[in-house]
Design a protein around this ligand. Structure first.
Ligand code: FO1
Length: 326
């Protein structure tokens, strides 16, 4: 239960763009209640080394969005960024011709890489990056280990997730996704503790396979979620049987999950069975699937799920908090 006078302690598991929009809603919903205390556990499977610098696209998407520094049109990178250094890198034949590094964004990557080279952990670096702007929530990486996602194709070849996503636009049929760095990884400091002392754990409407998938695959994460007394509530990123953004349908098909609100809920599974969810928010367009979700042992809650702005996202969070009894 929330302490008297304090806001509910909310933990969010989140990926990039969907996670950022949802996190803005978490911050607004909690600010309205007076005492925000949210921890956002962010996917680091999208991370990569490129031109000698370490990129953390999901961390940066959420950081920039909370700071009001994000490019809302493009969905990634900094607002008003320029590409002078990128042009120079391309002229040298360095990096990837299909992957743009903005000048301001490169400042972040250089700062991060410098700190990593000095021996700071990924958690330390995320904490330092979080100091510049008042974010209103605490960001934690899912793990301190390097756990980049790789895509294994039908012919057995393997490529980095970012090459598959940005160069091939997910057009190469994946056989499976893997995060070799997770074998000996552990949740980042503070993650298990935050989940254990939470009043509610929320799954953002992020890609269930390549955003929440890596977070849930960190050794110890499922155990932490199963052990917490807090209800675990997911939000569907599928509305009316379609993915809202990104290419989650390709990822879901690859792992044999139907692209539907109920398919994803069943994929996460019911905590009353061997799964993770107590409740699942599904869109009004998918109200007909509520019975299927309930039959899977997960409490369905039908609500408006379009995250058109922070206020709409906050309404979704309010609904989740109400379902959690907060
Ligand atoms: N996405 C693209 O489609 N093209 C790019 O050139 C690109 C550059 C980029 C640079 C930094 C960064 O943090 C993200 C970037 N993204 C780019 C987005 C990213 O590849 C993916 O959309 C996310 O990782 C998926 O969540």
């Amino acid at each position: 239960m929330a302490l008297p006078g304090a806001g509910p302690r909310v933990v969010v598991l989140a990926g990039g763009v969907g996670g950022a929009k949802f996190t803005l809603g978490v911050r607004e919903a909690l600010a309205r209640r007076g005492a925000p205390e949210a921890t956002v556990v962010v996917n680091t499977g999208d991370d990569l080394w490129l031109s000698g610098v370490r990129l953390q696209p999901d961390i940066d998407s959420i950081l920039y969005a909370l700071a009001g520094q994000n490019d809302t049109q493009r969905g990634w990178g900094r607002a008003g960024d320029t590409e002078r250094v990128n042009e120079e890198l391309q002229a040298w034949g360095a990096g990837w011709p299909w992957f743009t590094l903005g000048d301001l964004d490169l400042g972040t990557h250089l700062a991060r890489t410098g700190w990593l080279r000095e021996g700071l952990t990924v958690s330390d670096v995320v904490e330092r990056l979080s100091r510049r702007w008042p974010l209103g929530v605490r960001l934690l990486p899912m793990t301190d280990a390097e756990a980049d996602t790789y895509v294994v194709l039908e012919d057995g070849s393997r490529l980095h997730f970012q090459e598959w996503w940005t160069r091939h636009r997910a057009a190469l049929t994946p056989l499976r996704f893997e995060n070799p760095g997770l074998v000996s990884a552990a949740p980042a400091p503070g993650v298990v503790e935050a989940i254990a002392s939470a009043d509610v754990v929320l799954f953002a409407p992020s890609n269930p396979v390549v955003s929440l998938g890596p977070i849930l695959a960190v050794p110890g994460m499922r155990e932490a979620l199963l052990a917490t007394a807090a209800p675990v509530i997911g939000v569907s990123g599928i509305i009316g049987g379609r993915v809202v953004r990104g290419m989650a349908d390709v990822c879901l098909t690859a792992i044999g999950v139907e692209t539907s609100a109920s398919g994803v809920a069943s994929h996460y599974g019911a905590r009353s069975g061997d799964g993770l969810l107590d409740a699942w928010l599904l869109a009004e367009e998918d109200a007909g699937l509520a019975d299927v979700v309930a039959a899977a042992g997960i409490r369905p809650e039908v609500t408006a799920l379009w995250m058109t702005d922070a206020s709409a996202s906050a309404s979704i969070v309010d609904t989740a908090l109400r379902v959690a009894g907060l």
